[in-house]
Ligand binder design. Structure first.
Ligand SMILES: O=C(O)CCC(=O)N[C@@H](CCC(=O)O)C(=O)O
Ligand SMILES: [Zn+2]
Length: 332
């Protein structure tokens, strides 16, 4: 038994709560569907790295889901020879069907065991995804571990494609990863300043994988994405999976930012003093009151400090945005 037309996305949407596992061989390796949308592929040849590609952790972020599904179709059809181990995760099938970011709670806040502190339908999914990633990386023996968690942003952005690098806690950054981001046509990299409970941070901190959350444009419904805008990342992923090589371009082509503060919605009357169509990475004057609520306010400290991921449509206690500052590559 295998997936009809090798179409993981169609199969996942048709069977979002499918509970049986499926194993089959194809010209190029062995495939194992462990949960809806979670496909583990072992190549026929000796693998040279272990790669996790996830998309649709937020159900309405469809462009990366279409990109990853196309790669899976090529692999299962024997058109793209795999030389790495591969775990594909289409993150949130129910939210994909409903065209929403999440159903009960934001799945991308539930990793690193944070699911134990939440309730909602995403809790089981986070638990299963952590277990699948653990099984996959526990069986890694050769080369390096990679996890790229692909998203699209709610808003427009000064930099259409950008990556969020996990907090390293003083460990050195990998220049090869930055060069790979540049080859993927990523225009900006954001360095996190503290641990998180996101999927990419989980793989970085728990499994020692090179990892990033990668934003690939703006949220659009299935079928409305212009995948030609993702051709550089498509080609770089093909080179990684097929040649086991990290594509590279000069990092100085990308802007570098560091997160300096996390805005947290601290009460129901919390508001951001920005227009609803303000783009990610828009900078402000020093002294501008960016956020306020009955409990306090947040003032911009330095001219040019900018906001990324502003959002107040979330429960009290959750992240309402990141304040970021330009950093020079020479500071590395
Ligand atoms: O556009 C937005 O406001 C959110 C887009 C998105 O889903 N971003 C990720 C970033 C995760 C990270 O910080 O690594 C998220 O919010 O989960
Ligand atoms: Zn997302």
């Amino acid at each position: 038994m295998s997936i009809p037309n090798n179409d993981l996305l169609a199969f996942t949407l048709a069977h979002p709560f499918f509970e049986e596992t499926m194993t089959w061989s194809f010209a190029g390796g062995d495939a194992y569907l462990e949960h809806p949308g979670v496909l583990h592929i072992e190549p026929e040849q000796a693998p040279r790295h272990s790669v996790v590609l996830s998309a649709g952790i937020h159900g309405n972020e469809t462009a990366p889901i279409e990109l990853v599904n196309a790669l899976v179709q090529q692999i299962l059809a024997g058109e793209l020879e795999l030389n790495t181990r591969l775990l594909v995760v289409l993150g949130h099938p129910k939210a994909m069907l409903e065209g929403t970011r999440f159903c009960d709670v934001n799945l991308n806040r539930l990793f690193c065991g944070a699911w134990q502190r939440y309730e909602g339908m995403e809790v089981e999914r986070a638990k299963h995804l952590e277990a699948s990633v653990k099984r996959f990386f526990d069986d890694h023996h050769v080369g390096e571990k990679f996890h790229y968690d692909l998203h699209t942003a709610i808003r427009g952005s000064q930099y259409e494609k950008f990556a969020v690098h996990p907090f390293t806690n003083g460990k050195s950054y990998s220049l090869a990863q930055f060069a790979f981001h540049a080859a993927c046509d990523i225009e900006a990299v954001l360095l996190s300043h503290q641990p998180a409970t996101t999927f990419s941070y989980h793989s970085y901190a728990t499994h020692g994988a090179h990892a990033a959350t990668v934003e690939l444009g703006q949220v659009k419904p299935f079928g409305e994405n212009d995948l030609t805008r993702l051709s550089a990342i498509h080609d770089s992923l093909v080179a990684l999976l097929n040649k086991a090589e990290l594509a590279e371009k000069p990092v100085k082509d990308m802007k570098l930012f560091e997160v300096i503060d996390v805005l947290t919605k601290d009460s129901e009357d919390y508001q951001l003093n920005i227009p609803s169509d303000l783009k990610n990475f828009t900078g402000f004057e020093a002294g501008f009151v960016l956020a306020e609520s009955s409990l306090g306010q947040y003032m911009i400290e330095q001219e040019g400090d900018a906001i990324v991921f502003p959002n107040t449509q979330l429960p009290v206690g959750q992240r309402a945005g990141l304040v970021v500052r330009v950093k020079d590559w020479s500071e590395f």
